[in-house]
Ligand binder design. Sequence first.
Ligand SMILES: C[S@@+](CC[C@H](N)C(=O)[O-])C[C@H]1O[C@@H](n2cnc3c(N)ncnc32)[C@H](O)[C@@H]1O
Length: 738
Amino acid sequence: MNMNKPLFAQMVDWETQGMVRAEARKGQRPGKAPREKVIKEFMAQREEMSKLSPDRPRFSFFSRAYHPCIRSLSELKKTMLNDLILETHHRDRHLLLRSVTQSYRDNGAFSIVEDENGDVMWLELYYQDRQRDVEDIVKEGSVLIVKEPYLRPNGEGGHGIYVDQVSDLIRLPEYDERIPAAWRSDGSDLQLSAESWKTKGNDYFNSRMYDNAIECYTRGLDCSPTTDEIRALGLKRSIAFIKTKQFAAALADADSAIAATGPTEKALTRKVQALYNLDRFQECCEILKGLLEENPSNAAAQNELARATERLAEQETGSYEFKKFHEAANKLRPPLLDHATYIGPVVVKEAGSYGRGLFTTKEVKAGDLLLCAKAFGFAFADPEHRRDVTMVYKMELIRAISQKMYANPSLTSVITDLHADGYKSVDVAEVDGKPVVDTFQIERIIDANAFGSQNSAAQNHIEETLYKREGIAINQDKSSFHSLGVWPMTSHANHSCYANSQSSITGDMLILRATQDIPANTEITLAYKDPVPDFDEERTRFRSWNFVCDCPLCKDAHNTCKRIHNNRVHLRKQATSRYARSSTIKREALAASLEQTYARPPTLVPRVALFDIYLDLARDYMRKQQPEKAVAAALKTFESLGFVIEGGELPHVPGTQLVVKHWGMFQDESAECWTVLVCVYSVLAPEICQKAEEYARVAYRMAVGEDETFEETPYHVIRQGRVVEVGEGRGRIGLLAL
Ligand SMILES: C[S@@+](CC[C@H](N)C(=O)[O-])C[C@H]1O[C@@H](n2cnc3c(N)ncnc32)[C@H](O)[C@@H]1O
């Protein structure tokens, strides 16, 4: 390894060289390794791993894409470890294996397994549920079937069975008939009564081994139980399904229990739990109201009804207490917020050559809520322990999504319907009664559709705009995201650099708001990346999404001759240089020259190279106590972004209203720019101050999704003409003290 390179680059080198060495071993039989040696090495490795800090940097590398098994187990021949060939997917085979060691977890769940010949090998299970104990995934002595096993060489001469596809693994319960007699424990008597199966299931349940518990309850239900036993087993299995997040199955069991012995409080309570997790809040409310009619003092039902009623209002009308988002996102780890999804006036439709797109169903105003959605899948790294590389987040997100799909097959199409950038998956949804989930399809879908975010949109906005500009240290490493998630409805929005909507994320909730007035039946666009002032690289910026942007900005950049383009880049460099920053006159002149490099009006082609120069001038004029000039520069900022604003100039003509006639391009800095205007108007044009403040709130709402926290921001203090102190000796933000 080249130790001068960053650690991650070293790891990539190491992995690349390892892949080449592994490739060279393709087709070889690894041969038998002495059992004791393999187990001893594994245990030593396990011991080493247990000593490492849980927040050590972790790395993951993906296997080459391969499809999950779509054949029934009955069609696959059994093979033995000694017959496996390196770097090969044994497509028509399966392995019957028993774990012979305790397991450990790193990016996967690792253990040593044996076959019926007593040969042993390393087993690596990926994308297994992280919420579960590793013992529940591979317990020592447990028996597994791996369908179409893949023997992967590692770069150091070793090898292991890699299972990247969750649906390729079958865990056999202790008493499964497929377990060879020699591997059965003495107590694995299969002729139990329903009651005994229930007891056995409860033991597993109490040890948090929910899969085994579910199997026992299922066995109990299969051996002619009495009506009472059906209810008891069904209810127990239902809660085990909830623990494993199989909510549709949990609901079906609660319903069966109700059908067997009537709507008991316990069965209805279980049903409510399942319905809540399936976002069926209306039904939750109805059942809870019924329960409270029977027993008005049922405190748990009262609380649940209050919670479900809030969710229902959110889901139906988009009425949220947004302040709670930030509180919860700062408190909960992971920040999975208890809120419902609201889909506002939007619908997915065909969008010509872009594939599908998101469209308005009615006219909306700038700042209106288009949707507020909970992530389908969400991976989070606590800022305190954020040493993982981005690929690990991605791996966590693949895990979250594949587990959710595997546990809830009816939700699969929500993800598989998303744009997968040409990836062709298998067309079989279920085999042997179990869903087929394709990890590599999910990976592609994440590449094309996931959003990265910081934890709190409001906090992030202030830090990224005001604090950063003022050089105030932010107590966090901002080099990468805290989280990665998929919000399926929002993923249908196509890109435009001159977008008409803006998303913001807090915890696992994404808010999408209009940034312009949008007529009914119009495509809603999102900027996948912020436009850059230098459009040189523009046409390649979306290579990872496989398209070339043809928005008005990109088209204009493309049609601008090289000489003018170079001049623009040169002027901008000068205008943002330290030299120009010390002279407002110089910058005014450079801004005027930059204006000349644009041929089309800013309403059609916003002047991305210019707006922040004007905003900087506005700040300077504020500091220099030149309010009229500050207003002129702030209005120029908006004009450069394509806004048409009337009634804002000074001196103010009494009786004239301040009005945005046309909303331009959204920028995070808009709220600050409005704040400059509010600040000056409050002294020199009080008549229009309130309107400017309303616009500041709208701009803030676009940036962070809500304006309930507006009063708590530095904008609010700045607009009162005061300097804001940020943290102990960390810095000051101030515009003007008139
Ligand atoms: C997140 S998806 C957007 C929804 C997608 N159009 C669909 O049919 O589901 C991203 C993909 O949409 C297409 N797309 C988005 N914006 C585009 C644009 N401005 N021009 C061309 N294609 C675009 C590209 O194929 C891109 O990889």
